[in-house]
Design a protein around this ligand. Structure first.
Ligand SMILES: NC(=O)c1ccc[n+]([C@@H]2O[C@H](COP(=O)([O-])OP(=O)(O)OC[C@H]3O[C@@H](n4cnc5c(N)ncnc54)[C@H](OP(=O)(O)O)[C@@H]3O)[C@@H](O)[C@H]2O)c1
Length: 319
């Protein structure tokens, strides 16, 4: 049975009073579990959610925990919304100890408000702009950490390693593939963390990317009919453990490790992964903190730099 990597239990008792974290997509799945744990340890968590009411409903359960929490509106598929969120956040808060770029979606063909391919635009470009707009407060609050949620899917299957198609980033020429677009966006998350680590060297702000595991969550709901999701849940549930399907709480462990482990900064920019049956080779399936991605493009320095420059242009920050 695949073994879930757990954050050291001592770290989950660390007092986080006075610390402020932003968690995107905090109303569901691993974002909710990460937020709950941080509040349990005394932190203040800002849940950045596109549906404020959904966030407020689930955060109501935090009322008896030692820390505090609030929901602020953020739609990563809109650059205007990302800009508004950062204005609102900076107007309200004087520090930021951790930014968890957790929200994500896999969905059928679509565009963001700004005309980007929906998954690259939401999963990467929205988070890219958010991170840039919050960099100064992260630096001022250092030591601080940035965690970018990626996925094992970034590695690709078979001989074809996933890459970033700069010639057709938004599927204007090639036929659309939801999984290929998702994989490209998740490779971008890894490259983003790697490039941030280099650029932030010496600031005591460190960055990490994470495959959280195969989590029982709402993920993929948009591409799967309800009856199929229900049937899969029923059929797979008895085999969950064998397949390595984990709870959102277990899915939050890698993020929490990257946020809280004293040794994590010695692996600044690295990719951390839970186990996965999806990795092509047995040695990669166990995951690792940190681990070497089987996709050489995930370690491509030139690719990471080019992605950073292109992303800056696309979100209107210039190169
Ligand atoms: N589940 C897995 O097995 C798995 C495996 C590998 C990686 N991951 C990654 O883990 C992360 C969390 O996934 P999860 O399993 O916790 O999924 P989830 O339960 O579906 O949660 C995803 C969160 O992202 C939010 N979101 C989606 N589009 C958004 C937008 N435009 N603006 C702001 N928020 C948006 C969702 O908000 P709404 O509730 O409003 O939709 C939700 O809060 C994702 O980045 C995913 O790629 C998941």
């Amino acid at each position: 049975m695949p073994k879930t990597l757990k954050c050291d239990s001592q770290l989950l008792r660390k007092d986080l009073s006075g610390r402020v974290y932003v968690v995107t997509g905090a109303n569901s799945g691993t974002g909710l579990a990460t937020s709950r744990q941080l509040v349990r340890q005394g932190a203040h968590v800002v849940g950045a959610c596109r549906r404020v009411s959904a966030g407020e409903t689930v955060f109501a359960d935090f009322a008896r925990l030692p820390g505090s929490a609030e929901i602020m509106q953020l739609d990563l598929a809109s650059l205007a919304s990302v800009r508004q969120f950062s204005i609102d956040f900076l107007g309200k808060h004087k520090r930021l100890d951790g930014l968890i770029n957790n929200a994500g979606l896999v969905t059928s063909e679509g565009r963001t408000e700004d005309g980007f391919e929906i998954q690259f635009g939401t999963n990467h470009l929205g988070h890219f702009l958010l991170t840039e707009l919050l960099l100064e407060i992260l630096k001022a609050s250092a030591p601080a950490r940035i965690v970018c949620l990626s996925s094992v899917v970034h590695a690709g299957r078979g001989s074809q390693a996933v890459s970033i198609d700069f010639d057709d980033l938004h599927y204007e020429r090639k036929p659309y593939s939801a999984m290929a677009a998702y994989a490209q966006s998740k490779l971008a998350n890894i490259l983003h963390a790697r490039e941030l680590a280099g650029r932030l060297d010496g600031t005591d702000v460190t960055a990490y990317s994470v495959h959280p595991g195969w989590i029982r969550s709402n993920f993929g709901a948009e591409v799967m009919p309800g009856w199929l999701r229900g049937a899969m849940n029923l059929a797979l549930r008895p085999f969950s453990g064998l397949l390595g399907i984990m709870s959102p709480e277990d899915g939050a462990q890698t993020t929490l490790h990257c946020l809280l482990d004293d040794d994590a900064p010695t692996h600044n920019g690295a990719y951390f992964s839970q186990n996965s049956i999806l990795y092509p080779k047995r040695e990669h399936r166990a995951g690792g903190w940190p681990m070497r991605s089987p996709n050489p493009n995930a370690r491509g320095e030139a690719l990471a730099k080019r992605l950073y420059d292109v992303s800056s242009e696309l979100v209107g920050l210039g190169s």
